[in-house]
Design a protein. Structure first.
Length: 218
């Protein structure tokens, strides 16, 4: 029977979380909002609209949400030509593909941003499909991104594993009924990932690759 290995991208396969933090912090600053970087970091992984709502609350001027998202997109776009893949990210996906897993990306990124991330990973031949923000109505922590990834793979939840770096990833995977694997390279503490649903936690893709025989992706 076929199996699916579903991966978040930002902070899981590509070392971008702190670039997002800087871009969002500057976007908020330009709009007159003082949002601490540590708060932004904890919100990374949410869709743009959900991140703004999470950090500014329901009493914000919602008519300016689009401006904030556009500012973040422009600021973050400056890094598209040099996004750094995390160690062994591409090798991990290639190994899983050779081992018979259907590798699917589930990410809040879309369009040019997603293309830049895929260039950084440099493992297109191993990727079966991508469930992006363009394809779903609700982003993580809703189950929809993971469920859509499983639909693309044609694999049931009980034969899938989801790998991510944020509590939003772990909650989305848990709600979709898949086994969740956390990685620490996005900067979220192990205890937080485990509390949100991670069955096991690794340092980064290189650590997971080295530990494959004893992992949920064995």
């Amino acid at each position: 029977m076929e199996r699916a290995a579903v991966f978040d991208v930002d902070g899981t396969l590509v070392d971008t979380n702190h670039l997002h933090v800087t871009a969002w912090w500057e976007a908020f600053r330009q709009a007159g909002h003082r949002v601490p970087m540590h708060a932004v970091h904890r919100a990374v992984g949410l869709s743009s609209s959900d991140l703004v709502a999470h950090l500014l609350g329901e009493d914000r001027d919602k008519d300016r949400d689009g401006e904030l998202s556009a500012a973040h997109k422009a600021l973050y776009g400056q890094y598209f030509d040099r996004l750094p893949a995390l160690p062994d990210a591409g090798r991990l996906l290639g190994r899983l593909h050779r081992d018979g897993w259907k590798v699917v990306l589930a990410t809040s990124a879309g369009g040019a941003e997603l293309s830049a991330l895929r260039r950084a990973i440099d493992a297109d031949e191993a990727i079966t499909a991508t469930a992006s923000a363009d394809d779903v109505d609700e982003g993580k922590p809703a189950a929809e991104p993971v469920e859509h990834a499983l639909e693309l793979a044609g694999v049931p939840a009980e034969r899938a594993v989801f790998v991510g770096d944020t509590v939003w990833d772990m909650r989305a995977g848990s709600r979709a009924g898949v086994r969740c694997v956390g990685v620490l390279c996005g900067g979220i503490p192990r205890a937080d990932l485990e509390e949100a649903g991670a069955d096991v936690v690794y340092d980064d893709p290189a650590h997971l690759l080295a530990s494959l025989p004893d992992s949920p992706l064995a």
